[in-house]
Write a protein that binds this ligand. Structure first.
Ligand code: NAD
Length: 387
């Protein structure tokens, strides 16, 4: 009998896995579910804050990724019933599966901070990036040199830093009167990262006239201001929250072992139910001491193996064990970029932290390769200038 395989999510994990599954399973009945009919190159979504036209370059239509024989269902997943082997959808009927891949990505974490969910803009999708662009533009219209618009970004991880960089480029290009504040709870930006990397990124942020406030967590957000544990409140015109990620709400409604709505999985991606696999941000994949990080890089690597493992499970063969290979970090700060801990061909790059043209090129090549991998080099070349 033909196995019914259902894949949930069209992020790096879902899109990558679909292609592997199609390559591995000639005769399977594959259904792909996502609430958008495109894959968003999420790690470039901050570019849309500066220029909304970038959206066409970093949204890849589903039909260009999947083969015609894979069925696509545009709907929102509301829950999973592993006893009945069904996926509950918001609009359509429940979907049956024999094997399921959970690759639903993550939601913004608000940590129960009062007023945060109600008042902050977030950056978890295309519409979010467009909304930030619109609000920054609108705030700048009514501002003046003497009374500049105040854009505050809460959380100085990669999302916060890259968003601040794009807003700075927008300000400089349009000569808009905007003051930018990047606010971080811990004593350094990118907490826990290599000090050389933190220092280089900080230098680039300061060169772009971005104010950095550290060592004081945001404890509340109202319509006009954010409040801190210790410091004076900071009023804002636009407030963007990039304070971290958590699991998907839909995974609250499933009987798989999970932590904060992220499904726990073995290093072969199998969850507490052998027929359900999980990768990407919606999974906590066992890697010994630390789980795999919730990054595009980890999702991309896992997607290259999970398709084969699902095929092996269907055929009754032993599953492969996956190990995350950290190939380094590349961060954009507007048109600048910083790279750290880069590995090429399995070897450490001789300089641990570098910036400017080599880092900018590397960032472009990584994004272009992903676009080419799941669609075509033609699309990747068209996107090149926006990456
Ligand atoms: P993050 O968790 O990496 O950073 C959130 C930051 O917010 C932290 O520095 C944290 O200390 C700070 N924070 C938390 N609570 C706060 C508070 N109350 N007040 C002030 N600051 C507070 O989140 P992220 O930047 O969204 O990244 C999530 C994951 O996605 C990370 O693993 C990241 O590496 C990855 N990512 C990758 C890219 C890329 O281009 N490769 C882009 C974005 C994100």
């Amino acid at each position: 009998m033909t196995a019914k395989v259902v894949v949930l999510g069209a992020g790096y994990a879902g899109a990558g896995a679909i292609q592997q599954l199609e390559a591995e399973l000639d005769d399977a009945d594959i259904t792909w579910v996502s609430d958008t009919d495109y894959h968003l190159v999420l790690h470039e979504s901050h570019r849309v804050i500066r220029d909304p036209r970038v959206k066409d370059k970093i949204t890849l239509p589903i039909h260009e990724i999947k083969s015609p024989s894979t069925r696509f269902v545009q709907d929102t997943v509301e829950g999973i019933d592993t006893d009945e082997r069904t996926v509950e959808l918001e609009e359509g009927n429940d979907l049956d599966y024999d094997y399921l891949l959970v690759a639903l990505g993550s939601d913004t974490a608000f940590y129960g901070i009062p007023g945060m969910a109600e008042n902050a803009l977030t950056l978890k999708g295309l519409d979010d990036a467009l909304e930030i662009h619109d609000q920054v533009k609108e705030a700048a219209k009514t501002a003046s040199r003497n009374d500049p618009a105040k854009v505050v970004i809460g959380g100085a991880g990669l999302s916060g830093i890259q968003s601040a960089g794009e807003i700075a480029e927008y300000r400089d290009k349009h000569r808009a009167p905007i003051d930018i504040y990047l606010v971080e709870a811990m004593d350094e930006i990118m907490p826990g990262q290599d000090p050389e990397l933190q220092g280089t990124v900080k230098k680039h942020l300061l060169e772009k006239d971005i104010n950095i406030l550290t060592d004081d967590p945001i404890t509340e957000a109202t319509e006009e201001e954010i409040q801190f544990d210790e410091g004076e409140p900071l009023d804002y015109d636009v407030f963007v929250w990039t304070g971290g990620v958590t699991g998907r709400k839909a995974l609250d409604n499933c009987n798989l072992d999970n932590q904060h709505n992220r499904v726990t999985a073995e290093a072969n991606f199998q969850t507490s139910d052998d027929r359900v696999f999980a990768i990407g941000d919606s999974a906590i994949i066992d890697q010994g001491e630390n789980p795999a990080p919730p990054t595009a890089q980890a999702a991309w690597q896992a997607a290259e193996v999970v398709g084969e493992n699902i095929a092996r499970e269907i055929r009754g063969q032993p599953l492969k064990t996956w190990t995350f290979n950290d190939k380094g970090t590349v961060i954009s700060i507007g048109d600048d970029a910083v790279a750290h801990g880069v590995k090429a061909g399995g070897m450490d790059f001789p300089i641990s932290t570098f910036s400017s043209v080599p880092a900018e090129m590397l960032k472009k090549v990584i994004a272009a390769r992903w676009i080419a991998d799941i669609t075509s080099w033609n699309r990747a070349f068209k996107a090149w200038d926006s990456l």
